[in-house]
Design a protein around this ligand. Sequence first.
Ligand code: CTP
Length: 400
Amino acid sequence: MTTCLTALSKKRLLLGITGGVAAYKAAELARLLTQDGIDVQTVMTQSACHFVGPVTFQSLTGNPVYTDLWEANAAHTMAHINLSRNVDMILVAPASADFIARLANGMADDLLATLCLARDCPIMIAPAMNRQMWENSATKRNLSSLQNDGVKIIGPESGAQACGEMGMGRMLEASELAETVRSAFQTGDLLQGKKVLVTAGPTFEAIDAVRGIINKSSGKMGYAVARAAMEAGATVTLVSGPTCLAPPIVDKLIHVVSADDMLRAVQAEIAQTDIFISVAAVADYRVAKASQQKIKKSDKKLSIELILNPDILMTVSTLPEPPFCVGFAAETEDLEKNAEIKRRKKNLPLLVANLAQDAIGSDESALILLDDAGKHVLSKAPKMEQARQLIKHISLLYKQ
Ligand code: CTP
């Protein structure tokens, strides 16, 4: 972890807690943030107090906990104005479906909602709810309004839920939320106002109606890069090939299947792009004549003719006025040498090299960043951490 405690110790965070089982994770979150030196002010809704007690947060943060808009305490008169004036950021974790609906509609019917409405600082929310609530179109509508209003949405993830079901809606773990807060404090405006386009996952090239060629790629690194760019304040479009992962919440998500689809999606976005990060494992070849019907088995040998796919990254990097282009190279041998050859061939200011056998499907990777100044090694770490380092590096190069 690359936490800079001195930078964090000057920061003040308002931690909002709403009603949900995940409120218990907020206690660990408050502990981790306080440990970093962040001054954590806690505000709980009435429903949150049914799940965890204010005293827990008071003990963990060393600060009073606010629960009531009508608290008759002279020192905190107009508590909502003072609290939201004095913090650098608001994080609501967990953010229930009900709270999200109230926030999206500008309600001020309790202390936390009032504070959020009266804020002049950035706000992030970590949703937590049952999967059906998450999938409900009302929740989707509310989240999309919040996104348009500049609210950052972190998670949720998929997994076992308190109600016994499996699916999307689990709040991220406290350690991951704490890391997001640290990163937002340290890199929150690195790419503010910049438009970032990320490709992720593999592409799928059909052979017939039921079969195809696909590269090995989980989409983890591309999704982490998109998330890190969001954290750094960029407006992010993510073009994703087929993956089994829940994509991060970005400004625009485009699902594609083949390399051709991906190229079209990228070309439609590129004029509005400042930084293009090509993480996708694009299939280099496609089937010359894919069959509309399922090919039947026979005793004869089967040959499939493959033709070259367009190189999406190179199509962009050789434009007369290209955006800042970042490539990824997964190599199985001679990593640095092959990657540098690729960087020069594709005319890239920055290329991220990794060993395919180490990185594919794994939650961790070791990266080498190659640019005109030489190489920068990022030793093995979780992909999310690597993505944040990469975004920092991009922001430095982009400014020059
Ligand atoms: N890439 C692309 N379009 C392709 C192939 C690759 O945009 N048709 C991009 C990838 O997203 C990555 C970079 O180019 O950012 C390097 O991809 P990689 O597969 O490592 O290299 P290739 O150019 O395909 O070369 P090779 O497969 O021979 O290593």
